[in-house]
Design a protein around this ligand. Sequence first.
Ligand SMILES: Nc1ncnc2c1ncn2[C@@H]1O[C@H](COP(=O)(O)OP(=O)(O)O)[C@@H](O)[C@H]1O
Ligand SMILES: [Mg+2]
Length: 307
Amino acid sequence: MKVAILHQDLEWGEREIARQLQQKGFTVNLFDVRTTSLEDLTQTEELPSLVLNRVYASVANRDYRDNIKILDLLLSLERLGIPCMNSYYTSQFDYSKFKAAKRLKEEGVSTPETLYVGCLNTETKDRITGFIKKYGFPLIVKRDMGGRGKDLQRIENEQSLYTFLENKFSPTAQHEYAGGFVVQEFLKPTRPFDCRLAVFDGEFAFSYGRTLISRVNNGDAPWLASVKLGSRMINYDPTPEEVALAISASNAIGAIFNEVDMTQTEKGPAIIENNPTPNYDETEIDRVAKAVDLIEKTYCTTEAILR
Ligand SMILES: Nc1ncnc2c1ncn2[C@@H]1O[C@H](COP(=O)(O)OP(=O)(O)O)[C@@H](O)[C@H]1O
Ligand SMILES: [Mg+2]
C-alpha cells in the first residue's frame, strides 16, 4: 500500500511516522507542500491509497499560505476518491480556531465563546465592544490560524486589547500573517493542570495532563498549558464526562484521529482545542506507534477497504 505524507518543514514526527509505516510494509513518499502540485501526487503509475496530511496548523506561524494550499490539495485529492487523513473537512477546523469553535457550539459541545476579528473597523470594533460587555476581562486573543502559542495573549483591559490588535493589523505585521484573530472568553481553570485526550475512530485511546504555568510573572494563578514554555506532562485518567466530551468534539469536526485539549472549569470540562495533526518529539515513539496502528486499522484492513 502506498502512503503519501504531506509536510512542510520535515520534523521528527513525520520521519518517525514514515519509518514506522515502512516497517509495517507500506511504501511511503514524502511531499513538501511548498513544492508539490496535485499532478505530483496523482500522475503516478499507482495512486496513493492514503494521503496523510502532516502540515500542522502551526505551519501558519511560518507561512499560512501553505495551509491554504493544503486545503486546496485535500479537496482535489478527495474529489479523485483518494482518502486523506485528516480529511479536507477536518483540516478546515484544524486551521481555523473560529470555525472549530462555531462547529463545536453547533453540536452543543462546551468550548469558550469566540469572536472572529478579520480587521479593525467601526463594525468589528462594535462587535468587540459587545463581546467585552458580555464576557468581561480577562479575555484570550490568538491567531485564528496557527499554533504553539504564537501571538496568544491573555488580555486584562480594553486598551491592551486594542494595542495588541492594532499592532497585529499593521501593514508590517500583516505582511507576515494576513489571517484573522479570535477573541475568546477566558476559561478559568479549577485545577492546576489541563488534560489531553486522544480519540481514535470515535473511541477514547489515551490521555495525559499538562501542568499549568503563568506566562508573565504577575502573581496570577497559572492558566496556560504549554510544554514548550515549561508545563510538565503528568499521568491523568479522564472522567467519563471528559471522555464523552472529547468524543463529541472529534465527531463534530469529523476527525478519525484527534488529540483534544480540555480544561476543567466551574461549569465542568470544556474544549480548548482539537489537534487532528499533533506534533511529536523524540520521547514519543509510543504515541506515534499508536497513530500508525490506527492508520493501519482504518485504511488497510479488508473491512476498511470495503466501507
Ligand atoms: N479561552 C481560553 N481560556 C483559558 N485558557 C486558554 C484559552 N485559550 C487558550 N488557553 C490556554 O492557552 C493554551 C494554548 O491555546 P490553544 O488554543 O491550544 O493554542 P495553540 O494552537 O497555540 O496551542 C491552551 O492549552 C490553554 O492552556
Ligand atoms: Mg494547543
